[in-house]
Every structure is written in C-alpha cells, then in structure tokens.
Ligand binder design. Structure first.
Ligand SMILES: NC(=O)c1ccc[n+]([C@@H]2O[C@H](COP(=O)([O-])OP(=O)(O)OC[C@H]3O[C@@H](n4cnc5c(N)ncnc54)[C@H](OP(=O)(O)O)[C@@H]3O)[C@@H](O)[C@H]2O)c1
Length: 235
C-alpha cells in the first residue's frame, strides 16, 4: 500500500510504536517543539487515543494517529520506537515507506536476567540500527535517543538531562536529526559518526538500565571533553 502525503507542504514526523512509553515521550517533546507528529500503532484506534493525549498535554500540538504503515507513509521522517521483536514484521509490510526517508532508530534489543540488562543478539546484524539499514538500504538511518529514559521525556515540566549519541552513515541526516534533538530542552546532540557504532550505543543502554535497577534511579549519559552546547532550560 502506498499513501501519498496530504500535499499540504507540512513535513510530518511519524513515531511508530508511538503508543508506548518511549514513543509517547518523544511525541510529547516533538509536539512541544512544533513538529507535526503522527502516532503509529498496530491498531489505528490506539493511535488516535494517544494522539489525543498529546494534544491534551501540549497546547496547540499537531498530532494525529494512524496504523503504523500508514503513519510512515504520511511522514518524511520516521522514528522507530517499536519493541525489537516487532521490527521484522513491520518491515515485511512497511519497508517501502521508509525508503529514502530519515529513519530515527531508538530501539534497543534488551533482555533482563536477574536484575541485569543484557543485549539480545539481533539476527543478521550487530545492532538494530544496522538491521534496519540492511533491510532498507536507501533509508537514511540515524541511531538516536537510545540512552534517553522515557520517564524523562514524558516529564514536560523539566528539561531532559542527557546527551543523544547520533550514529549514521548519512552525514546530512545526522545533522538534521541533531537539529531535532536540540529543539528538546536539555538534550545535547553528539555526532558520533558511522552507523556501525550503534552497537555500542545499544550496549550503553544495557549498562544504564542495569544501573537503574541496582540504584533504583534513572540514569542517562553525558560525554565530557566536548565543547559545551546545551539548549535553553538545561541544568
Ligand atoms: N522505555 C524507555 O525508557 C526506552 C529508552 C530507550 C529506548 N527504548 C526503546 O524504545 C522501544 C520502545 O520501548 P517502550 O518502552 O516504549 O516499549 P513498549 O511500550 O513495550 O512498546 C511500544 C509500543 O510498541 C507496540 N508493540 C508492542 N508489541 C509489539 C510487537 N510485537 N510488534 C509491533 N509493535 C508492538 C505497542 O503499541 P501498539 O499495541 O499500539 O501497536 C507499544 O505501545 C524499544 O525498542 C526500547 O528498547 C525505550
């Protein structure tokens, strides 16, 4: 199925799996930054409900809900916040809707064993981001937001205290995603380089989630030694 966009000149940002914790948090932050967001779900009704929650939380928000493949078709930039177990099924139906577009991958293949988070191997690729890139070679995949906790994203009253490591093989796409990141108060985009580094970013999330469980807190990352550049509202 191919849908054309509305032809209204608005560049939309679709968030697939946007009914979940991470997708909803990103939807709130992007809507607050003035982006027109399209919430994706396997069930259109759930997407409509979540879009309504975004509009209720963010005054003037542009948010609508669609089934995942339709959401991707409507948007020029697509955020992947599906559980890793769902990506293959989505790609079987929706890969064509990612072709040539900026695809922001926030997925992490985690499993928790005895209160320690570990990476689950992804079949056929060293990271989820590389899996998506291999399945849709023309997609402009950028790994981002993998170390940012959903609770911090959803708390609109506070800036998000984190760096966002950006990896991808398309430098212009990394720059575009960096601009998006830095429209969210508190976040700093860190250009990390090629997509093959995504595997380490995913590993860092396993470490952070393990720390969260051990210390009953919420951790994220800040890289020291880089030029300081934080958005307004940062601590
Ligand atoms: N939570 C965090 O703090 C955090 C931080 C960094 C990265 N991430 C990554 O972001 C992704 C989403 O995390 P989350 O905590 O938001 O997860 P989640 O709430 O479990 O899932 C997100 C959404 O995905 C859909 N979904 C569930 N099972 C699915 C399947 N088998 N196939 C397709 N869609 C399915 C559900 O929406 P519908 O039922 O409406 O389709 C659900 O609302 C994960 O890959 C995670 O590793 C999360």
């Amino acid at each position: 199925m191919t849908l054309s966009s509305y032809g209204d000149g608005v560049s939309r940002l679709a968030i697939l799996g946007g009914t979940g914790a991470q997708g909803f948090g990103l939807a709130l932050r992007f809507a607050a930054a003035g982006e027109a967001v399209v919430i994706g779900s396997r069930v259109a009704e759930r997407a409509h409900e979540t879009a309504a929650r975004v509009r209720a939380a963010v005054r003037g928000a542009s948010a609508e809900g669609r089934e995942n493949v339709e959401a991707a078709a409507l948007a020029e930039r697509i955020v992947l916040t599906l559980p890793v177990g769902g990506i293959e099924h989505f790609l079987e139906q929706g890969a064509a809707q990612l072709a040539g577009k900026i695809v922001i991958d926030a997925m992490v293949p985690l499993t928790v064993k005895k209160r320690v988070a570990e990476l689950e191997p992804v079949a056929g690729a060293p990271s989820v981001s590389e899996l998506v890139q291999a399945r849709v070679p023309s997609a402009r995949v950028v790994c981002a937001f993998k170390n940012v906790p959903s609770d911090e994203l959803q708390d609109l009253a506070h800036p998000v205290p984190s760096d966002v490591l950006l990896c991808g093989d398309d430098e212009l796409a990394r720059r575009e995603v960096a601009k998006l990141v830095e429209h969210i108060p508190g976040l700093r985009a860190v250009d990390t380089g090629p997509l093959r580094l995504a595997r380490y970013v995913e590993g860092l999330t396993a470490l952070l989630v393990s720390l969260n469980m051990r210390h009953k807190t919420l951790t994220s990352i800040e890289i020291v030694g880089l030029e300081r550049k934080r958005t307004a509202g940062a601590a």
